[in-house]
Design a protein around this ligand. Structure first.
Ligand SMILES: Nc1nc2c([nH]c(=O)n2[C@H]2C[C@H](O)[C@@H](COP(=O)(O)OP(=O)(O)OP(=O)(O)O)O2)c(=O)[nH]1
Length: 129
């Protein structure tokens, strides 16, 4: 997940048909010989045209419905002022904590999205009215 200025980048899948229109964090499958961080940097370049630094993990490993993989999410930071472009997604939105419920997330993402308000809140404001 790319977090900038208290907003997270949410991406709308364009395919396959059964998940088109559902929203996710940019990323993709780790290929043989890659570390998690290498795979994530490659996918961010392919899908968004950006260079990133991979940071801490967020939330649990979530088993995917087909049982062949888990969803594992990391915070990443954009490098060199790069601006994400939706090269493979149908659309993209930068969401504040208050907007997280305004897109239909893929089911596997929901436990991870649940951890986001704390991460997006300005430090010290967690729990504030
Ligand atoms: N990148 C990403 N994938 C997710 C999320 N949530 C979720 O269930 N997935 C699923 C969708 C896919 O089955 C898989 C991600 O792999 P992918 O995006 O590389 O899959 P794909 O089938 O489009 O592409 P490919 O690797 O087969 O070329 O994980 C998420 O937040 N981000």
């Amino acid at each position: 997940m790319i977090v900038t200025d208290g907003r997270v980048l949410a991406c709308e899948r364009s395919s396959p048909p059964e998940v088109a229109g559902r929203w996710e964090f940019p990323g993709g499958k780790v290929e043989p010989g890659e570390t998690d961080a290498q795979a994530l940097a490659r996918e961010c370049a392919e899908e968004l045209g950006v260079r990133v630094e991979v940071g801490d993990r967020v939330g649990p490993d979530v088993p995917l419905a087909h049982g062949r993989a888990v969803l594992r999410v990391f915070v990443v930071t954009l490098l060199n002022g790069d601006e994400p472009r939706a090269l493979e997604h149908a659309s993209m939105r930068w969401l504040t904590a208050g907007e997280l419920d305004t897109v239909p997330w893929l089911p596997a993402d929901k436990p991870i999205v649940a951890e986001l308000p704390a991460l997006l809140a300005p430090s010290g404001s967690e729990g504030a009215p």
